[in-house]
Design a protein around this ligand. Structure first.
Ligand code: SAM
Length: 263
């Protein structure tokens, strides 16, 4: 049994290297998408974005690049986090008609698409990589999403948006790169570092409170999640059933962010 698990994990890590290597900006075939679903989540259908599972993506005209396939937030996870956020929104007194929903490092844009749909809100999303942006633009048009997709740096997008109220929600998932080591994920070493991104958010809204959701793995290094969100209020963490070895699975954390002084 142990050796079967090891073999399948070895296949996962080999495929992951390809998705982040030679297939990084290649649109995957239907067969490669199903293989990714099987190796990452245990079955092809579980790799599902915009409500479309991997076995149907090619026929539905969905374009997923290698890097986005490994980096994306699948429907099951996006649904669970959106559910929690919708519950939190219900308990927050507000005067705005519609909260601001912002996906600062959107990749596939799937997470914010789910949240925006659930809240009936327009989503504002930034993506810096032109190849990822083009694929995501294509996919969001294909499914008729209301997302306003910006090609460029997240700071440009922040500079264009005005705070609306305390339900405003930002999703933060910068590339991990060298922050992801055998010792775990160091959120102070992502690119850009998470504390810098949080300061940028605070500044863009003059410290008015908001919600922040972040995706991490299940092995945080150097207490860097707590250190990055020092002063913010932790609201919930969501841990999907692990499908991979420790360190390779995903988790989501929700915080209330204020000016930094009064949190
Ligand atoms: C880890 S992925 C996010 C995946 C996404 N949450 C999803 O569900 O597909 C990070 C994305 O941020 C983009 N990115 C990197 N630096 C950026 C920046 N400064 N501004 C905006 N996007 C950036 C990358 O090109 C990549 O697609």
């Amino acid at each position: 049994m142990t050796s079967t698990v090891d073999v399948s994990h070895a296949a996962y890590f080999a495929f992951r290297d390809r998705l982040l290597g030679d297939l990084r900006t290649t649109v995957l075939t239907g067969e490669q998408l199903c293989e990714a679903g099987r190796l990452i989540y245990g079955r092809p259908n579980r790799l599902s974005l915009y409500g479309i599972p991997a076995p149907r993506m090619e026929a539905a005209g969905i374009r997923l690049l290698g890097r986005t396939t490994i980096e994306c937030c699948i429907d099951d996870y996006a649904d669970a986090v959106a559910d929690t956020l919708v519950g939190l929104h219900t308990g927050i007194p507000h005067e705005d008609d519609e909260p601001l929903v912002v996906d600062l490092f959107c990749g596939s844009g799937n997470f914010s698409h789910h949240l925006g749909t659930r809240l009936g809100a327009t989503v504002y999303a930034a993506e810096l990589d032109p190849a990822v942006h083009a694929a995501t633009r294509h996919n969001l048009d294909r499914i008729g999403a209301r997302t306003r997709l910006h090609l460029g740096d997240y700071r440009d997008l922040l500079g264009k948006l005005t705070a609306r109220g305390p339900r405003d929600t930002y999703f933060v998932e910068p590339p991990w790169g060298p922050a992801f080591t055998p010792a775990g994920l160091d959120l102070t070493r992502t690119s850009p570092p998470v504390p810098t991104i949080l300061d940028d958010i605070r500044r863009s809204r003059d410290g008015r409170p908001c919600l922040v959701a972040i995706k991490t793995n299940d092995q945080i290094a150097h207490d860097s999640l707590n250190r990055s969100f020092a002063g913010a209020r932790h609201l919930r963490s969501i841990t999907p059933e692990p499908t991979l070895p420790y360190g390779a699975n995903m988790q989501f954390h929700l915080y209330r962010l204020g000016s930094g002084a009064e949190e």
